[in-house]
Ligand binder design. Structure first.
Ligand code: FE2
Ligand code: FE2
Length: 354
């Protein structure tokens, strides 16, 4: 690195740490997820130094044997989940009648926004969500919008649909206080990933609306898992200490992509959104994706955005993992150079102001 480059980089270094709702559920980011050897750690240690001082800095820590926690496993329940998924008995997320009506209209290529405005107006929750999003920094930098007739066309079909789908998922869990906090964290995390994905799409993906939708829905399977637990396991959960965060983490990590894929099928989501939900942690082999390159790019974009969201709120549990070293970063073309660093330095501000 030249001294000029170093100077410019220094100028953009940020020490501020943005605090968001925490989601203590471990995620998987591909190549760096296996246990690291001492030699690997040594090499990463050197690489780490390049990120020091930036918001995405995630150093390899000195090994602390006390940090190893017992991996929770509940084999019986894992097997039951597998069985249910195989036999299509998993409780998926229902779409409420009012949202279904709007979706039916919007899925007709001849629809007009006036047709859905009347229905949206009947739901204060939907109204509030659309207005908030349309006035957020990523969608509006001019005067405040308050007319839903202007807001809906401004957001466009894809984004309107993604808000409708996420609301459907939330409604499925609305009467389940047991998972209220965790469901709220998942929704908040999904919003953050959507915002980051939309921002990154300016440089790394050609369709920002698809990026937003994929971010908003990528972990939808986790909400369905919570629903399945409340529907079928309420009695077993009551007073059972084994049903804790570690337990949830193991279920999420094993099943949320599979369950999300089932939801994508039942909701008839587009192939690229479906692939993204199904493979955002385990990207398919690049060589197998020659014909569906854009789908792979979207899944990779979401994986990078997901990692960034965790690094931002301090819930990334994989030490040493770097946005510049995961295969997903390479797939979307994320390179450590001055202009990328300048671009990425805006992420905390974009996230916190939305
Ligand atoms: Fe995920
Ligand atoms: Fe996620």
């Amino acid at each position: 690195m030249t001294s000029d480059q170093a100077k410019i980089e220094n100028k953009f270094r940020q020490h501020e740490h943005v605090s968001l709702n925490s989601l203590p559920i471990e995620e998987d980011y591909g190549a760096q997820t296996q246990l690291l050897s001492d030699e690997d750690k040594e090499n990463l240690f050197e690489e780490d130094k390049l990120d020091e001082g930036y918001w995405w800095y995630n150093p390899v820590k000195i090994f602390d044997p006390n940090s190893i926690q017992n991996q929770f496993s509940n084999d019986t329940l894992q097997k039951e989940f597998e069985e249910k998924i195989r036999n299509n008995q998993f409780s998926l997320l229902d779409i409420p009648a009012n949202i279904n009506e709007i979706l039916k209209i919007i899925n007709d290529s001849e629809f007009s926004y006036e047709d859905i405005t009347r229905l949206v107006r009947q739901s204060p929750v939907l109204m509030a969500d659309f207005l908030k999003l349309a006035n957020s920094v990523i969608y509006n930098r001019s005067s405040r919008l308050s007319d839903i007739r202007v807001v809906l066309p401004r957001l466009g079909v894809t984004v309107v649909k993604s808000v409708l789908y996420l609301n459907s998922a939330k409604i499925n869990l609305a009467n389940q206080p047991i998972f209220k906090d965790i469901a709220t964290s998942i929704v908040e995390h999904s919003r953050t990933v959507a915002i980051i994905a939309k921002y990154l799409s300016q440089r790394y993906y050609p369709n920002s609306d698809n990026a937003y939708m994929a971010g908003l829905l990528h972990d939808i399977g986790k909400l369905a898992i919570l629903k399945e637990l409340t529907v079928s396991y309420q009695n077993r959960m009551n007073g059972n200490e084994e049903f804790n965060n570690d337990f949830l983490a193991s279920l999420f990590s094993s099943f949320h992509e599979k369950v999300g894929s089932l939801i994508a099928t039942s909701w008839n989501l587009t192939p690229e959104i479906h692939q993204c939900i199904a493979f955002h942690h385990n990207l398919p082999d690049i060589s197998e994706c020659k014909e569906n390159e854009l789908e792979l790019h979207l899944a990779a974009l979401i994986q990078v955005s997901d990692l960034m969201a965790r690094l931002l709120n301090g819930t990334c549990e994989q030490e040493g993992i770097s946005i510049f070293q995961i295969p997903a970063g390479e797939i979307i073309g994320l390179e450590r150079d001055v202009s990328t660093i300048e671009f990425l330095n805006h992420v905390p501000e974009i996230v916190s102001s939305n």
